[in-house]
Design a protein around this ligand. Structure first.
Ligand code: PMP
Length: 350
């Protein structure tokens, strides 16, 4: 007799990571092409001499730096092994078997996987025809069993943003015993002045968590570090369900150093934002439908032409991220990388 794994895992789709193809440029995982901030690399090198020691389990220095940055108490912060780990901790901290997690779909592909692994019930709410979150439908999906909602803004993979007023009106109508996770992985790339700021929202609402990451704008995707800001009781629950030492020492050091370079971060984000506008305008001029985006990627809802577009980009040495027959997500890279993508988009026969 062989060892048995859970039968329900057989139906579970695996997380699909953006591919790295030698010799091709990768615009598939919403990373920043410029690399980590130099101060982060220096901090990693320094911390490397101490990797024979366990990291600080309380993540005190980074938590303190985040508390200062956002003017919140350290008790309101939970740091995780990427914000995806915190997504899982959020489900673990709120749900048991019969509980429901409501999330938009399509959105971050880890939501359904995590929900199923933890053993809770997924409730997927389709996006609107304009590729945006359908808040009315998300409210309608709430039942007495709902414990958690993921609200991804800007939404991955469509890039669409919720405006502050619509989010506020939505939050007014969510029952106070349902925890709402504002997944703001792409927050630093937002330049719309009507955008909500999740951390500000947590000051006024007990049932909201702001979830952010060092993987995107900060260029630390490989280091794996993200954070949640919430009421102390929620942050404490997130720390309780975490595996010990989940945030490694190199990641902690790199994140602290990155927080100390706000000007450089702003400059990098401004570059991405201006390239985003250029890529959006040029793709639109080529005849592509491109929803307004506030993230570091654009969404091309190509439908059945998606696989062919993906293959065409690969043949032109550009790796993009195709989602079945729904569409393709393309990360904004350096100006040269974006030119390569635009050239491929121009020569796409479909
Ligand atoms: N949330 C969203 C919306 C994302 O797109 C991602 C990464 N693709 C994450 C969370 C997780 O990022 P990380 O674990 O690298 O912090």
């Amino acid at each position: 007799m062989s060892a048995r794994t859970r039968a329900d895992l057989e139906q579970l789709p695996a997380y699909v990571a953006g591919r790295t193809v030698p010799g091709s440029i990768k615009l598939a995982s919403n990373e920043v092409s410029e690399g980590p901030l130099p101060a982060a690399v220096a901090a990693i090198n320094e911390a490397a001499t101490q990797v024979h020691r366990y990291p600080d389990m309380g993540v005190a220095t980074l938590t303190g730096a985040l508390a200062e940055r956002y003017d919140v108490a350290p008790e309101q912060i939970a740091v995780g092994c990427g914000s995806v780990a915190l997504c899982e901790q959020l489900v673990q901290a709120t749900c048991t078997a019969s509980d429901e997690v409501v999330f938009p779909w399509r959105s971050f592909e880890a939501y359904p996987i995590i929900t199923q692994v933890v053993g809770a019930k997924q409730v997927r709410v389709p996006l609107t025809g304009a590729h945006a979150l359908d808040l009315e439908a998300m409210l309608a999906a709430i039942t007495p069993a709902t414990r958690l909602m993921f609200v991804c803004t800007p939404n991955n993979p469509t890039g669409t943003l919720l405006r502050g007023a619509e989010l506020d009106a939505f939050l007014d109508r969510v029952p106070s015993d349902v925890l709402v996770v504002l997944d703001e992985a792409y927050f630093e790339f937002v330049d719309d002045t009507d955008a909500p700021d999740g951390v500000e929202i947590t000051r006024a609402r007990d049932n909201v968590v702001s979830l952010r990451t060092f993987s995107k704008a900060y260029g630390l995707a490989g280091a794996r570090v993200g954070y949640a800001i919430a009421q102390p009781k929620i942050a404490e629950a997130l720390r309780k369900v975490s595996i010990p030492f989940s945030v490694n020492a190199l990641a902690q050091a790199a994140a602290v150093a990155s927080l100390r370079a706000p000007e450089e971060l702003r400059r990098r984000c401004a570059d991405v934002i201006s390239e985003r506008a250029r890529v959006h305008a040029e793709l639109t001029a080529l005849g592509y439908e491109v929803p307004e985006t506030q993230a570091n990627f654009v969404w091309l809802p190509l439908g059945s032409r998606t696989p062919a577009f993906n293959e065409h980009c690969l043949a032109n040495k550009v790796v993009v991220r195709a989602f079945g027959e729904e569409g393709t997500r393309v990360t904004i890279g350096t100006p040269e990388e974006n030119d390569r993508l635009l050239a491929a988009a121009k020569s796409f026969p479909g």
